[in-house]
Write a protein that binds this ligand. Structure first.
Ligand SMILES: N=c1c2ncn([C@@H]3O[C@H](COP(=O)(O)OP(=O)(O)OP(=O)(O)O)[C@@H](O)[C@H]3O)c2ncn1[C@@H]1O[C@H](COP(=O)(O)O)[C@@H](O)[C@H]1O
Length: 105
């Protein structure tokens, strides 16, 4: 995992005991999973709009917002980016077409 994801993941764990008055992440944790998921949905939509627009800077900015809020969702669910990376590693080399065909067997 990249250093920035590792550092951010560790910070998100620390924010679980932080004061919501001084931390955006702690404030979002305090609002609960539904509010976190609402942000993930909003940022996903903004990423789609940015990608449709084709401006590279906007796509990067909105994708960073989406990844950030998705990492808060994972932390709230007591999961880590490494858990997702392990799933991607498990899928490595397995064609999506083959995997889908195997589902119905
Ligand atoms: N990477 C981020 C990051 N990306 C986006 N954001 C915030 O996420 C929010 C995104 O919301 P929107 O763009 O929808 O703007 P908004 O309308 O103001 O948001 P809402 O009022 O709807 O929540 C903004 O407040 C951004 O500042 C982030 N806030 C924090 N981080 C990282 O998280 C760390 C901990 O942050 P705190 O917990 O606030 O100290 C920071 O040091 C950073 O490394």
């Amino acid at each position: 995992m990249s250093d920035v994801l590792t550092r951010l993941s560790e910070l998100l764990e620390q924010r679980k005991s932080a004061d919501p008055a001084s931390s955006y992440v702690a404030k979002l944790y305090a609002k609960g999973m539904d509010s976190i998921l609402k942000k993930v949905g909003e940022e996903a939509t903004e990423t789609v709009i940015a990608a449709k627009g084709g401006n590279k800077e906007e796509i990067i900015y909105e994708t960073a917002d989406l990844w950030f809020h998705t990492m808060i969702m994972l932390a709230k669910a007591d999961l880590k980016p490494d858990d997702v990376l392990a799933e991607l590693a498990r899928r490595e080399g397995l064609s999506g077409i083959v995997e889908k065909a195997n589902r119905s067997k």
